[in-house]
Ligand binder design. Structure first.
Ligand code: TRP
Length: 361
């Protein structure tokens, strides 16, 4: 069986370094590993509208921003098909048929949807479009016959929902759809980065993100004001590494060679941590080092972004081509689905013939 990846993002903002260590970096590795027959990355604008219906302009702007971020981290349109969800009507059609296979209570039990409903204060009036987006996401996954969905832990309930729908569809209508599997990040290669303020998650609304598209000065400013160990007041005080955002970021980005270049008093991160724990190492020194590390990591991404920014029509062309290519696959899946469900009346000559006979008697 062909190994096919589908994954995606909601275009609600520019992507940040949390996305980078949590998923983008991994996607580029998967893309370049040669282990997959096809890779689709979806800009899930229709899904983003399920909780941003009142602000389509935001989504419209961010479709391009996300595309620029993809290209700048090394997603290569020659190897990966980048597509825009809303431009593929077959996905909506699949969603409508899958809706018959899911109960309301099953949707309401989905832990990710549940917590998102809480976060958005939707409890008293849940928009139907929002509640049903896991079904639409199943259409996304199955339309491209995805075997593999690289995503974070929070997407497990979505992939589980997709697997249930696939099994139900196949048992009702015959083997038609591919059952996907989630591919979770292994915790060394990718991790969830906290915000610069030490809060569990980077989020635009909290203003604690470092964006892939931030300028050198922005990054520096954000690093120098980062949350560290609040009890590490004097340089001589012993410091704590756990929960110390500066060290969490170093865990994610630092390589030994950066020490030789920028902080030759230490061989590696373990030595630096040891000194910090012992006392006598100031936050400013560690932050300056982190800034160097981040600048090294982000400079090539930023430079590539600048190049693509000079040719925005090209970026739209990439999206258009990818979407067209993806739609061919989605259309084939929809045809298989309709045949399996026996809603392919006009192409079914046997059906027409049998009814002719029925009424000739
Ligand atoms: N729900 C995903 C998120 O919030 C985005 C997404 C949409 C997605 N369609 C997908 C992820 C299909 C994986 C597969 O990040």
């Amino acid at each position: 069986m062909a190994k096919i990846i589908l994954t995606g993002d909601r275009p609600t903002g520019r992507l940040h370094i949390g996305h980078y260590v949590g998923s983008l970096k991994h996607r580029v590795q998967l893309q370049n590993s040669g282990r997959f027959d096809q890779i689709f990355i979806m800009i899930a604008d229709a899904q983003a509208l399920t909780d941003n219906w009142d602000n389509p302009e935001k989504i419209r702007q961010n479709v391009l921003e996300v595309a620029l971020d993809y290209l700048s981290v090394g997603i290569d349109p020659e190897k990966t098909t980048i597509l825009v969800q809303s431009m593929i009507p077959e996905l909506t059609e699949l969603t409508f048929y899958y809706m018959n296979l899911v109960t309301l209570s099953r949707l309401e039990r989905n832990p990710t949807v549940k917590s998102e409903i809480q976060m958005r204060n939707f409890e008293t009036s849940i928009p139907v479009g929002f509640l049903t987006y896991p079904i639409s996401q199943t259409a996304d996954i199955t339309a491209f016959n995805a075997t593999t969905v690289p995503a974070g832990e929070d997407q497990s309930p979505m992939v589980e929902q997709a697997r249930e729908i696939v099994r139900k569809f196949n048992s009702l209508y015959g083997e038609t759809l591919t059952e996907p599997e989630i591919m979770l990040p292994d915790n060394k290669a990718s991790m969830r980065l906290p915000g610069t303020d030490g809060k569990a998650k980077m989020s635009k609304s909290l203003g604690n993100c470092i964006y892939l598209s931030d300028t050198e000065e922005d990054v520096k400013k954000k690093v120098m004001s980062m949350y560290t160990d609040p009890n590490h007041i004097k340089v001589s005080d012993p410091g704590q590494i756990e929960g110390n955002t500066v060290f969490t970021y170093l865990d994610a980005f630092c390589k030994d060679e950066y020490f030789a270049e920028y902080l030759p008093d230490y061989q590696n991160l373990d030595e630096l941590k040891e000194h910090y724990r012992r006392g006598g190492l100031g936050d400013v020194k560690v932050k300056k080092f982190l800034n160097k590390v981040l600048q090294e990591e982000l400079a090539p991404i930023r430079a590539r972004r600048r190049e693509f920014e000079k040719d925005i029509p090209y970026v739209y062309e990439v999206l258009k081509k990818g979407t067209e290519k993806a739609e061919e696959t989605a259309a084939q899946t929809l045809l298989r689905v309709k045949r399996a469900m026996k809603i392919n009346y006009f192409e079914d000559e046997a059906l027409i013939r049998s009814q002719v006979e029925k009424y000739q008697k």
